[in-house]
Design a protein around this ligand. Sequence first.
Ligand SMILES: [Zn+2]
Length: 155
Amino acid sequence: MTQVEEVPVQTQKYDSVKADTIEVGNITRSKAEWKQLLSSEEYHILREAGTEPAFRNAYYNNKKEGIYYCGGCSLPLYSSNTKFDSGTGWPSFYAPIDPKLVKRKVDRRYGMERVEVVCAQCGSHLGHIFPYEGVPTEERHCLNSLALDFKQMDI
Ligand SMILES: [Zn+2]
């Protein structure tokens, strides 16, 4: 009998984004450095806590399997495993890959009290967290597509 050699599947592995292998550093950049790194639209979202229009963004309806990375520092933040269709027109997740990857801040702008979610490594604004019934964590991380970079992969 011929020996069949096992060939490892050459897809990017979920291992590479497993929570315990992800190191969260501390990235600080000057305003000028951020402006050089990001498009003006990305800068507005990530560094000025802007919000992109509903239904007119890259990922709200993205059903592909993969990982969503921070648009500011490429830290892996969310996976398609926790993405769900909220009908709101923004990409919605019920949890990040690991709680350590994002930070929550109270946002009192516009006369409301909302929970803002930012990248734990570079402090960039990602979106807001709202209560949401019917998902395991009972919360919805409502994110801006422009704050994320999606990479399709088997997870
Ligand atoms: Zn980041």
